[in-house]
Ligand binder design. Structure first.
Ligand SMILES: [Zn+2]
Length: 201
């Protein structure tokens, strides 16, 4: 129906989350109408972000260089680690201004049906960090979903055997069950963080 380059653009756009076939088509036609400068700016931004942004060598948050800004910030509490699934969750928690520690980004949640096993997440790195940095408390802020809860329990158990002295806490309820942290408003998420509870240890 379309010339191959147009079809290719629509196919690529439709892979984006939340973009269905119709939206992809609409965006593609917008780009075809746009002047070269606007369209190339988008292409260039995508290229630059993929070339320059990698994962922090300490916490696996997104980083422009070897360490992310939070790991570079000397004022952050060094012995408090908040474990999240994705880099977008770091942004959500930062917006609450309730947390002054550091992060550890797992890169997802355990989900055997989707083939996501413990070794696919940055779990060994977390256990190693907690031991090396003599962490006082680990706040588990995985999503309040089935996979997020399973991941939280798995981590609590792992820490119990590997670093029995560390306190392990979980975000308090109040978060919408089944939703992702990135959709929680700042107030709810801030309260959940302030009222975090200890996991059986
Ligand atoms: Zn970092």
């Amino acid at each position: 129906m379309y010339a191959p380059p147009v079809q290719r653009l629509i196919t690529e756009l439709s892979r984006l989350p939340g973009v269905g076939g119709r939206t992809a088509q609409r965006l593609a036609f917008h780009l075809l109408r746009a002047d070269d400068q606007e369209a190339f700016a988008l292409a260039e931004a995508i290229k630059e972000v993929k070339q320059r942004i990698g994962l922090c060598e300490v916490c696996f948050n997104l980083a422009d260089g070897s360490r992310c800004r939070i790991c570079q910030d000397e004022r952050r509490e060094p012995d408090l680690i908040c474990v999240v699934e994705d880099p977008s969750d770091v942004i959500s928690i930062e917006r609450t201004h309730e947390f002054r520690g550091r992060y550890h980004v797992l890169g997802g949640a355990l989900s055997p049906i989707d083939g996501i096993d413990p070794e696919d997440l940055k779990l060994a790195e977390l256990y190693q960090r907690v031991q090396a940095e003599q962490t006082r408390e680990v706040v588990i802020a995985t999503n309040p979903t089935t996979t997020g809860e399973a991941t939280a329990l798995y981590i609590a158990e792992g820490l119990r055997s590997q670093s029995p002295r560390v306190t392990v806490t979980r975000l308090a309820s109040g978060l919408p069950v089944g939703a992702n942290l990135e959709y929680a408003d700042e107030l709810t998420l801030g309260r959940a963080l302030a009222a975090r509870r200890a996991l059986p240890h």
